[in-house]
Design a protein around this ligand. Structure first.
Ligand code: FPP
Length: 245
């Protein structure tokens, strides 16, 4: 049996789904749900700090989310800007290292600058890595990693024959972080939706019907309890796993 400490996931990723439905139930616009979702983000950060999770990766805006109505995209951009103003001091005070992962070039210069500023400011923190995926897609991540490897080959720094899974992984967005252990999706859908495609290979998947704005510490604790009961075999048999621990 693994020790209790080993059963706490080092790296948790969350698809924060259900904001729109949460708002609809209350006859409010979708942006109201996104605002409410911000509170659940705070809960998730607090929970991660309290439970010794090393990395928390949140899917805040996918590359496909640009296709939503302009008013919703605008409201989300506004929310991100305000959140950066409002939350970074406290996150920094709590030792959280913030990183935005995704293609940041698509964002307005002001927002991009603030994202880069928050990353720089918190770069020395080590209590928790909070990775916020914005304009992110798992396929994009794999493609940009392949492009970087190809560029290294073109510069003569790498031979094409040296490109292995490990080399390619080293060019993906979260290469310096612990392997993804637990992938959570809220809001009742059972899909990966182009999030962390490379990293999800051996992650445990956990789905809950709870809509993201309703997610609290108890809901996250249930996900961790469920994770603690999983047997991670990585292709081995259950007996091999039992004998190895
Ligand atoms: C998906 O729910 C949620 C999003 C596309 C946005 C997530 C953003 C937040 C939680 C806001 C705060 C985030 C940060 C990092 C400050 P949905 O709109 O697809 O919900 P639905 O499936 O019910 O329509």
């Amino acid at each position: 049996m693994a020790s209790p400490a080993a059963r706490v996931p080092r790296h948790v990723a969350i698809v924060m789904d259900g904001n729109g439905r949460w708002a609809k139930k209350r006859l409010r616009p979708r942006s109201f749900g996104h605002h409410a979702g911000q509170k659940a983000v705070r809960e998730a950060v607090e929970f991660s700090l309290r439970n010794g999770i090393e990395s928390l990766t949140l899917f805040a805006f996918s590359s496909e989310n640009w296709n939503r109505p302009a008013t919703e995209v605008g409201a989300l951009m506004d929310l991100f800007l305000k959140a950066l103003d409002k939350e970074v001091d406290e996150l920094h005070g709590n030792g959280v290292r913030i990183r935005f992962v995704g293609d940041l070039d698509a964002f307005a210069p002001e927002l991009r600058q603030r994202m880069l500023g928050a990353m720089e400011r918190t770069a020395g923190n080590a209590a928790l890595n909070m990775n916020v995926a914005v304009n992110y897609g798992g396929r994009w991540d794999i493609a940009q990693a392949a492009r970087k490897a190809a560029e290294a080959v073109a510069r003569g720094e790498l031979a094409a024959s040296q490109i292995t899974e490990d080399t390619l992984a080293s060019y993906t967005c979260l290469a310096d972080q612990p392997p993804l252990d637990l992938f959570i999706r809220t809001g009742g859908e059972h899909r990966v939706s182009n999030f962390l495609l490379w990293q999800v290979a051996y992650a445990e998947l956990y789905f809950t019907d709870t809509l993201w704005p309703d997610v609290d510490q108890a809901c996250l604790a249930e996900a961790l309890d469920d994770y603690a009961r999983r047997e991670r075999r990585y292709g081995r048999t259950g007996e091999q796993v039992a004998n190895a621990s």
